[in-house]
Ligand binder design. Structure first.
Ligand SMILES: Nc1ncnc2c1ncn2[C@@H]1O[C@H](COP(=O)(O)OP(=O)(O)OP(=O)(O)O)[C@@H](O)[C@H]1O
Length: 248
């Protein structure tokens, strides 16, 4: 009989990952000079994430929870590979897609249509695959003739519509979603949530960052709670949500 450890099956593995930021206290040469003369440090190191380990199994739906500034988005960016950790490593198996920031991966001078091809290529689709799925992407985004407008003129909701439509049509193995659904209108949000539930139902791995606790309880089965950059709880989502609520 073949035995596999949890780590063998993990879709996402995070090992000893940490992230520091350098905070600059001065923003002009003059200010820098004054602070130096006063003997004050012009920069300060801030640890957004202390070394942490996390294994997410294929097909799991996990919520990253925590108060403002606890490190959720930083961890999500490290998983997405848009930011490099200062220590440790992140391994993701399969195709990764997600919505981290409105407009990320879009070129402002290109039209929506052109950006669909650009964005889908970044997410690993061939031109032929995008052509085949283009009508479905456009129908999902439902932004009408704005599809042929430069995206610099898009509202944040229109960006979200197109970005989400592309991301779900890449058939990702691992799907990352930040608070971002907040800018969509109610009907689109409902459509996105249905689609996210469908992705989860297909056995894809979900990692969701949200302060909308009823929503994460609906979408996720596992909750990971961060507090000031440290992983403080990991278990059933309801337990993590209760702990977060209790912490006020
Ligand atoms: N590029 C950066 N430079 C400096 N500090 C940063 C940077 N990005 C994040 N931080 C800091 O790291 C900490 C964690 O930020 P992060 O965005 O991960 O928190 P979060 O849990 O997602 O918060 P929120 O719920 O408010 O979105 C915060 O104190 C934030 O100010």
């Amino acid at each position: 009989m073949q035995t596999r450890t949890v780590v063998d099956r993990a879709a996402v593995e995070v090992e000893g990952v940490s992230k520091h930021f350098r905070l600059r206290h001065t923003h002009s040469l003059k200010e820098a000079l004054v602070w130096t003369v006063q003997g004050r440090a012009r920069t300060d190191d801030f640890t957004a994430l202390h070394p942490l380990d996390l294994a997410i199994e294929a097909g799991e739906s996990l919520a990253l929870l925590g108060r403002n500034g606890s490190g959720k988005s930083t961890l999500l960016k490290l998983l997405a590979g848009v930011m490099a950790p200062d220590s440790g490593q992140v391994r993701v198996r399969g195709r990764l897609a997600g919505l981290l920031e409105v407009g990320a991966g879009f070129h402002p001078d290109l039209t929506g249509r052109e950006n669909v091809f650009l964005n889908a290529a970044i997410l690993g689709l061939s031109r032929a695959q995008v052509e085949e799925r283009f009508d479905d992407i456009a129908a999902f985004a439902d932004i009408g003739r704005f599809l042929d407008t430069q995206v610099r003129f898009y509202s944040s909701g229109m960006f979200l519509r197109l970005a989400f439509a592309v991301a779900v049509h890449t058939e990702p193995d691992v799907f990352l979603v930040d608070e971002i659904l907040a800018v969509g209108d109610e009907a689109f949000r409902a459509k996105c949530l249905d689609r996210i539930e469908r992705l989860a139902g297909e056995g894809r791995t979900l990692v969701v960052v949200s302060h909308d606790l009823p929503l994460v309880e609906r979408l996720c089965s596992r909750g990971v709670l961060l507090d000031r950059g440290r992983l403080v709880a990991d278990g059933p989502v309801r337990t993590a949500v209760e702990r977060l609520r209790a912490a006020g």
